[in-house]
Design a protein around this ligand. Structure first.
Ligand SMILES: [Zn+2]
Length: 111
């Protein structure tokens, strides 16, 4: 096998491995999102409330804080507390918290 053939073969093998890992990543993210209750939130406030779950990347944006479903308080009184962990100063900081693949919109953004 020539050096060129060897490199082509290594490239094809690596490309295949990346595809396998991307599929695994997608499956794991789907499972993570099915169990996550969005307790650790990041928020960007301008021009309107925009929150993201720091664990699974679920996003919600609305015209008012009152209409957001990912609120600070827990839905159940005996449930774990939901809280704002980070306040972002730019939308790019929030976007950095997104996970791979399509945006995952919840609450007011999913309607
Ligand atoms: Zn979440």
């Amino acid at each position: 096998m020539t050096p060129l053939e060897l490199l082509k073969k290594q490239y094809e093998h690596t490309t295949h491995e990346i595809d396998v890992l991307k599929t695994q990543q997608k499956d794991i993210l789907r499972e993570l999102r099915s169990v996550c209750t969005h307790l650790r939130l990041g928020e960007y406030r301008q021009p309107r409330p925009w929150r993201i779950c720091l664990d699974c990347g679920a996003e919600e944006e609305s015209w008012s804080f009152e209409s957001l479903q990912m609120r600070r308080e827990s839905q159940r009184k005996d449930g774990p507390e939901r809280g704002l962990v980070e306040i972002f100063h730019g939308s790019h900081e929030l976007c950095q918290q997104r996970k791979a693949g399509e945006r995952y919109l919840v609450g007011a953004s999913a309607r």
